[in-house]
Ligand binder design. Sequence first.
Ligand code: G3I
Length: 383
Amino acid sequence: MTRREWLRRAAGTVVAAGLPALFGRRAGALAKRRHGNPDNITGRGSLASRAAARGMLAGAAVDTRLLRTDDTYRQVLAEQYNILVGENCMKFGATQPRPETYYFNDADGLVSFAESNGMKVRGHNFVWHEALPEWFAGTVTKENAEKILVDHIMTVGGRFKGRIHSWDVVNEAIWIPDGRPDGLRSSSPWFQMLGPDYIDFAYRTAREADPKALLTYNDYGIEYDNGEEAKKRAAVLDLLKRMKAAGTPIDALGVQSHLNAASTSGFGSGLRELLDGARSLGLQVFVTELDVKDDGLEVDDVAKRDEAVAGVYRDYLGRMLEGREVKAVLTWGVSDAHTWLNGAKWREKHPDREQRPLPFDDQYSPTPAFFALRESFDNAKRR
Ligand code: G3I
């Protein structure tokens, strides 16, 4: 169904035959009584509105090329979300393409679009072992790394000072395979130049650059109940504990949430441990990069794959939003047409089958994941 057909149907000019089937008649009638017409996905039916009704934020990662060129994309962003994050435009490589030159056109465009639509913005990210500019490897040394880090955070953080809801200050600093007892990613160039203290140092610098932004630690692979993720989860919690004990300014944990519809592991006590751990340290929690890949599923049928993906949204968010720790849920992209999961590598392997991990399909029509996400907000307690 194209978006135009969808909107026509939602407006009631076509007898709604498709979507209510997703709910079943009784559930559909109940949903209608509680929230108005479930076919209406804008206004009070939008993700932003349902999240706000529970004291939460609903958001998505933005591709700034589409923001400039695609009217429908802009319309969906403005209709659906109350927080945005740049998928790439605020990363080190994007904002500092040469040692002495900063580039802000894309990030400026994102922030002004968000502000003119009354939305908040997350900053992603200051310190990561990836997305570094080409000059980095040949220029950064143990002697100048601290100055380069400070200049970068003060310049980029300073540019948007007071306008950022939360900054991912350090991204993905834990990597168990590197073999350290504290789980730190010793293969990161930042670790190699500055040692383990680079983390606390980055947070102190970020607080100075933008005192109002909530300083967040962001990581992935800490969601499922299995041995590997349990180890990483414990290392993340230990890192956060050490930072708190050292008086390092940190306000939130970002749980990336790149999930897998074919996973044999579930969600349960591990997530509880993570949420309890964050709460006991006084940290807010954000679901920062939610999507569900379906490449491991043995079915080609689109409706079945969509239901499996939506089921993961439902299970995962059911657990994550059970308590009041999580204040924001952002998906990593908007439409299946532009997800990183369908990047060049994927297309080479599977030219005929695209992944469908996001709340909107490649025509910007809502997928079952959209409704699962929206229902998860509806089912959450007010915070
Ligand atoms: O913009 C250039 C373009 O000029 C060039 O022609 C093209 C050739 O490869 O590359 C383009 O840059 C790509 C960029 O995405 C924009 O599309 C980079 O190669 C590519 O590496 C980059 O990938 C991003 C990746 O992070 C690395 O920065 C993905 O879009 C982005 O979704 C992904 O996001 C990460 C989060 O930041 C952290 N958590 C995991 C998540 C998924 O990997």
